[in-house]
Design a protein. Structure first.
Length: 270
């Protein structure tokens, strides 16, 4: 993989929100690995699970060459560490966490973005002014959306929207979903906990990103908007912006987005 990298700016923001007493979200950025984890389990346990997950996955930044399979394996390692911690500390029994993130990997000798998730924390991608949701929520409500039983708008306020079907802290934990993209100048990624996506629509997130091209300002503005919209959960966001426009960037001109490659087997759904 080429030693040169696209210029990348990243901003991070998190807030406990208006209802919760503790922030069970964890966020880590190291090198070109970006991770958000949203803990479950109540009291301190959710916070412990999310911290273990985020700290374990961000260790990938220490590797010289990173591949998609390494991400999947490291998420599995995070699951093993969470289960081991719960085994040592009975008060942590049942703790779990989602995890979602973004990392630069090597695919065929060239740089690509790998998006990954397990649970309902999300990754969005803004390209040419249009925002799309990359990840698929592993939740009971999103399965209803996929079956056409409810609309995405109805899912946004569904009372069961927080019931996840895959998470870390389980044995087995379920499949990690991955997507791979060539980097593209000017694109922006948002990695967030559901405290943000449950409060802001796709259109609202897009509007904030277009209004705030600076990654730090965008992350802060997204979290502030989610808290102002209700703040019913902890809210965390990482905004990753790939700098450059065409020839001004070291990203190859021919790395225009191609069809997404889904690098996971996924779980069968009835």
């Amino acid at each position: 993989m080429s030693a040169t990298m696209p210029a990348i700016a990243a901003g991070v923001a998190t807030d406990v929100g208006r209802v919760r007493k503790h922030n069970e979200d964890s966020v880590r950025v190291r090198g070109t690995v970006f991770v958000v984890a949203d803990g479950m389990g109540g009291h301190a346990a959710g916070e412990v699970a999310s911290r273990i997950a985020a700290e374990t996955v961000v260790e990938l930044a220490d590797r010289t060459v990173l591949q998609v399979g390494d991400i999947v394996e490291q998420v599995g390692e995070a699951n093993r560490r969470i289960l081991a911690s719960a085994a040592r500390h009975p008060e942590q029994t049942g703790m779990g966490t989602t995890v979602a993130g973004l990392a630069l990997v090597s695919v065929g000798g060239s740089r690509h973005w790998a998006v990954f998730n397990i649970g309902d924390s999300r990754v969005y991608r803004l390209l040419d002014g249009q925002l799309s949701q990359v990840t698929v929520d592993h939740s009971e409500v999103w399965e209803l959306v996929e079956r056409g039983l409810i609309t995405p708008e109805q899912a946004h306020r569904h009372p069961g929207r927080n019931i996840v079907t895959r998470s870390l802290g389980r044995d087995p934990m379920g499949a990690v979903d991955t997507w791979v993209f060539p980097p593209y100048p000017g694109e922006v990624f948002v990695i967030c906990s559901d405290g943000l996506s449950n409060e802001l629509s796709l259109e609202e997130i897009q509007a904030v990103l277009l209004e705030h091209p600076d990654a730090d300002e965008a992350a802060t503005a997204l979290v502030r908007a989610a808290v102002e919209a209700g703040g019913r959960d902890n809210v965390t966001a990482i905004v990753v912006a790939v700098q450059g426009h065409g020839a001004e960037s070291d990203v190859d001109e021919d790395t225009t987005p191609r069809e997404t490659v889904n690098g996971s087997s996924g779980e069968s759904r009835s």
